[in-house]
Design a binder for this molecule. Structure first.
Ligand SMILES: NC(=O)c1ccc[n+]([C@@H]2O[C@H](COP(=O)([O-])OP(=O)(O)OC[C@H]3O[C@@H](n4cnc5c(N)ncnc54)[C@H](O)[C@@H]3O)[C@@H](O)[C@H]2O)c1
Length: 350
């Protein structure tokens, strides 16, 4: 049978949730991290550009494209910290993969859930290279939509099983703790940032605020910890005091984007940072010693979304968890697009 050229596989939110459950959330996070790691190790084969951001007073809408020469991918994503007060998500996303040879899309998928999964997998993967050996305790500051995904990725990839939670809204911490019941964590909710970082090997900051916030100050950060800074990902939106950055070994995804969006926007444009992909290939050193503070200045880069789209596409045939979307016009004679439109016209009622 000839392939239906008009049809593109579409993964809805419902199908994505079924897919995550069919695979198992922790296995999904581990396998996705494997795809991300494989793509980071072939970093030089990708087209790279800082994401294209459209800023407004309330938030940002971004397009994140990349290609490896065979497949092209992009994600549409927003960031609107005030949205949750109106019953909407801070971050929503969808994405596309396309065949470079024909330019035809081969996948359209929800990426709100997938972004949370890929962000968590990337964070845990970075920590696998950077966190102190044997790390078991993680503090999470900001207990919103991304938080449980972060916790589960660190459990699945590193064996983190003690969580310390803090949020300015205590109900967010209680919900996070409740959602993680049965996943094998020992959870402590803390009222203050000073308290939440006590005894933590890893500190994840994943707050949402459209401003330069100071979630962590220098005096709260002891030697040897790994900071996974996720929430500072836009110009004018950071979470860490600059003094912490000056004491840390800083690891980033793609410097031209991170210098605009990450914690390092607070530092001079030539401040030395290490690219994570080079740590993965062995070209650069990761953690230098057990007293070094390591900082993954995460902003989220297009290649992580590409890996996530690639991973989802690989699951489709096996699981059948997609719909066929009539997305592409496909006239019998390719140049007769208008003829196809004419033939679709319903005869006028007599
Ligand atoms: N780096 C990446 O790849 C990446 C990917 C996705 C999201 N993000 C960012 O992560 C952040 C969190 O996203 P989300 O979807 O979980 O948002 P969310 O709005 O669902 O949750 C954010 C939480 O942070 C809390 N918070 C705000 N200010 C705080 C403070 N000063 N101290 C403690 N808690 C505070 C809020 O009460 C809320 O519970 C956003 O800034 C988002 O842009 C980054």
């Amino acid at each position: 049978m000839l392939p239906k050229l008009n049809v593109v596989p579409f993964v809805s939110v419902d199908s994505m949730m079924k897919l995550v459950h069919a695979v198992g959330v922790e296995r999904f996070l581990v396998e996705l991290a494997g795809f991300i790691e494989a793509d980071f190790k072939r970093w030089e084969s990708f087209d790279k550009t800082p994401r294209v951001a459209s800023h407004s007073a309330e938030g940002v809408i971004e397009l994140m494209p990349t290609s490896d020469g065979e497949v092209y991918g992009f994600k549409y994503v927003n960031g609107h910290p005030k949205n949750t007060k109106e019953g909407r998500q801070t971050v929503t996303a969808f994405g596309v993969l396309a065949d470079v040879g024909t330019g035809y899309p081969v996948l359209l998928t929800e990426m709100t859930i997938l972004t949370a999964l890929r962000t968590a997998s990337t964070s845990a993967l970075a920590a696998k290279y950077l966190a102190p050996k044997g790390a078991r305790t993680m503090a999470i500051i900001g207990n919103g939509a991304q938080s449980e995904f972060q916790a589960l990725a660190f459990k699945a990839l590193l064996g983190v099983d003690r969580l310390r939670l803090h949020d300015i809204d205590a109900s967010a911490s209680r919900r996070c703790a409740g959602n993680l019941t049965g996943f094998g964590f020992d959870v402590t909710i803390c009222d203050t940032v000073e308290d939440v970082v006590l005894g933590a090997d890893i500190v994840t900051t994943v707050t949402a605020d459209k401003q330069n916030a100071t979630i962590l100050t220098d005096n709260m950060v002891g030697p040897g910890i790994h900071i996974n800074a996720v929430g500072g990902d836009c110009p004018g939106k950071t979470e860490l005091h600059a003094d912490i950055l000056r004491r840390s070994g800083i690891f980033v995804e793609y410097p031209p984007q991170t210098r605009i969006e990450g914690e390092i926007q607070q530092l001079p444009a030539d401040y030395p940072v290490t690219e994570l992909w080079q740590v993965m290939t062995g070209a650069a050193e990761g953690r230098a010693n057990n007293r070094q503070i390591t900082l993954f200045d995460s902003v989220g880069f297009a290649i992580e979304d590409f890996s996530a789209l690639r991973y989802v596409r690989e699951q489709l045939a096996r699981t059948g968890l997609y719909e066929e979307l009539d997305l592409l016009a496909d006239p019998d004679e390719p140049r007769d697009l208008f003829g196809m439109l004419l033939r679709a016209q319903q005869p006028a009622a007599a």
